[in-house]
Structure formats: C-alpha cells, structure tokens
Design a protein around this ligand. Sequence first.
Ligand code: FAD
Length: 407
Amino acid sequence: MADFGGAELETFRSEVRDWLTANYPAELKKPDARTDPEAVWGGRAFEGSDDPQIVWMRRMAEQGWTAPTWPRDIGGGGLTPQQARVLDQELAAGRYRPALLSFGLWMLGPVLLEYANEAQKTEHLPKIVQGQIRWCQGYSEPGAGSDLAGLQTRCEDKGDHWLINGSKVWTSYADKADWCFCLVRTDASKKHEGISFVLIDMHTPGVETRPIQLISGESPFCETFFTEVKIPKGNLVGRINGGWEIAKRLLQYERQNISAGFGDGGGVGGGSAGDLAQLAKRYLGEDGGELAERDLRRRITENKMNFQALRQTIARSAAESRAGNGPSATTSIIKYAAAEFAKERAELMVEALGAQGLGWEGEGYAQPEITAVRGWLRTKANSIEGGTSEINLNVVAKRVLGLPDPK
Ligand SMILES: Cc1cc2nc3c(=O)[nH]c(=O)nc-3n(C[C@H](O)[C@H](O)[C@H](O)COP(=O)(O)OP(=O)(O)OC[C@H]3O[C@@H](n4cnc5c(N)ncnc54)[C@H](O)[C@@H]3O)c2cc1C
C-alpha cells in the first residue's frame, strides 16, 4: 500500500474508528464482560468457539489487523508504519481489548518473514495472523539459559525425517501450545555453529510437558521433554547449523515486545498501577491534600516521571524499528530499563497498600490487594525472562557501546 500522510491519514483514522465501533462485539463493551482468559491466545483449543473474545480476534484477523504491517498475501494488514500507528492509537483511545496475544505474532512470524522458505511462510504465517495456532518457545534448557548456545537437545538427520531427543525448561505455556519453535543441536563438535532452528508440532508422539509452579501461585511454564520425536525434513528453518543467527534475531523481537508491554503501563505480569499516589493516599493518609509520607511521595513521583520517559523511548524505538530493518541490539537497553522500572513500580504499589499489602489470601484482603501482591512477586521474573538484566547489560556493552570482552 502506498505511504500517505496528512489528510489521507486522517481519512484512514476515521475509517478505522468507524470499523472498530461497528465490529467490537457488544458483549465485550460491558465492563464486567467475562471471557475465557485463555481465549486471547487463540489456538486449536478455540476452533469453532463463539467466545466473544474469539469473535473479536476473527474479525480483526479478517482485516489483517492482528498483524497490521505484515504483507497482505500472507493475511497481514499491509499497512504502512504510519497507518499501523494510527490503528494502535485508535485501539488505545477506545480502550479495546487486545484481539490476539501471540508468540507467533511477536517472535516467530517476523523471523519466518526473514528466514523461512516460501512453503514455510505459506504454511505458518496465515495461521499466526488468524490466531489458529498457539506457539511456544523452546530455547532454554536445564544447563543452557544465559549460556543459550550450550544447549544439548539433539536433532539427527535420519534421511527422510529429523529425530529429536532432549529437554527444555521454562517453556511458557508449553502445555497449552499447538506448536513450538525450538533450538536444537545438529553438530556436537561446534558450539554456536552447531545449532539449528526447527518447528515442532506439540502433538507429535514423544512430546511431553510438565507444568512448573511459580512463587506467585501460577503455573505459566513447563518442562518440555522430547523422546524419539520425529519431525518432517521441511520443519528446519534456514540452513542446517545456521540457527544461531535466527535465534539471536528472534530474541531482539522478544525483548522489544516484552518492553512494549511495560510501556503500556502493564507489562508481563506487571498489572496496571493505576494512580499510585491516589492509592497511597487512600491507604496511608493525607496531609494538606498530599500523601502524608513524604519519602514515598518523592519515590512515586520519580517512578511516574521515569514511566513517561520510558514510554516515549519505547514508542520512538518501535517507530524506528517499523520504519527500518526491525529491532536491533538497542532493544537490550529498553528491556533492561523496563524490567527495573516495572519491578520498582510493583514494590511501590505494595508499599502504598500499607499493612494490606501483606495479604496473600483470606477474608481480610480485597481481591485487588491480593492481585497487587501476587503481581509484585510476578515482576521478580521480569529481569530474568527474555534474557536476564546482566546478559542485556553485556549485550549493551559489546554490541551497542563496542566495549572489549573483559580479560
Ligand atoms: C517468566 C519466565 C518465562 C520464561 N519463558 C521462557 C520460554 O517461553 N522459553 C524459553 O526457552 N525460556 C523461557 N524462560 C527462561 C529464561 O530465558 C531464562 O530463565 C533466562 O535466560 C536465564 O537463564 P537461567 O534461568 O538458566 O539462569 P542462568 O543463566 O543460570 O543465570 C543465573 C544468574 O547468573 C547470571 N549470569 C549468567 N551468565 C552471566 C554472565 N555471562 N554475565 C553476568 N551474569 C551472568 C544471570 O544474569 C542470572 O542472574 C523464561 C523465564 C521466565 C522467568
């Protein structure tokens, strides 16, 4: 689609607004609308479902607006970066629910567009746009987290298929996913150059998942085992032993998307902070219309200022990425800053609740208080998932600042 601005962009804005108003399911407009919390992730489990969230996802997907800037021939919206920004703005202004949350959209799709062959693009990209397949990420292993290239899951060439043996850990939503994008070892004699990137149907015989429980009480991720798993030869993306380059590129998309979540004021597990100062006044008392505790007041104000700065930086970096060649190593700066910010905000939230911020469950605590405490525990993972803060600082030192390795 041609790039256009000014008046044309405003016409586009009003078309978007009209379309959203006409197509947002009436059930979702009710403030207490209840949908299956898993529905927003789509996947085979929701095939044929009439959950209003799924209806919303399908309508947005038909427009290509679950993947607004992807090409139209694979189901995307074909929008220019400027148009996509208008769509984002209208979705935010109208407080529409997200149509689809998806590792396929955030991580796998962009690298398939760059590295996959035509058959793989045709097979997988339209299903990602439509939310028909839910993907999980098989990177980390018990001995390979920060040192990801130390991964040992074996993938052998058996002539007419690949044979996979090994295990992954911390695989988010593996028990709910339909497919997994996975790093495997195809050459044991080399480290980075012995890794390949493959796609595995989670319903293949020999794939097993076991959920792991977090301190927040949730079980969002699993151990994943592959025992004598056969996958077709066509499921290798890129060239054999060329997976490390794809893996690193995907991590840039992952870090960009994790940070974008923080920029919305939510973030993975961060929860909405609302107005922290108002909350603290309610729980801890006022002095002349201001929060009585001056030190907490100062820290809340600082956090709010940092949030504004972070949000602007994330928006600028996302716009640069859309207009250029996708994300770069600078996503590590934002991932690091956003994780620290989200953890600090969650700490302040619990502090603002005073003694009510000590609740885990029970009649003495309201649901939002319990949610805040559990959300605070969840934010502890923000500086681990998608690469730890230390590893992101290493990336910034080496790739952004060009500093040498320590002797
Ligand atoms: C909520 C959550 C969801 C996740 N989802 C997924 C998923 O879907 N798929 C997936 O594959 N993985 C997932 N992970 C795993 C995540 O990517 C790893 O936990 C992370 O990369 C760290 O690896 P590790 O846990 O093995 O820690 P380690 O690598 O053992 O690190 C332990 C500590 O040592 C530090 N450290 C290690 N190496 C260095 C170094 N060179 N310099 C300085 N410090 C260092 C680390 O920063 C960390 O503090 C998830 C993790 C979390 C918390």
